[in-house]
Design a protein around this ligand. Sequence first.
Ligand code: SF4
Length: 61
Amino acid sequence: MAKPVIDYDLCEGCASCAELCPETFEMRDDEKAYVIGDCSGCDCEEAAGICPTEAITLEED
Ligand code: SF4
């Protein structure tokens, strides 16, 4: 199963990933997205694809 990893130099806090996969991504007070769970459905390829700054990469277990 792929695990999403966020590059905090690139994340601009748009929240698109958290809206798409709220069980996997959570926005915090610093307006960055955090990975809070495993991706069970789409392997987060969709979330990686919608990130406008390409901050999400997928790491294989
Ligand atoms: S979609 Fe990308 S830029 Fe937007 S909050 Fe998620 S990681 Fe950050």
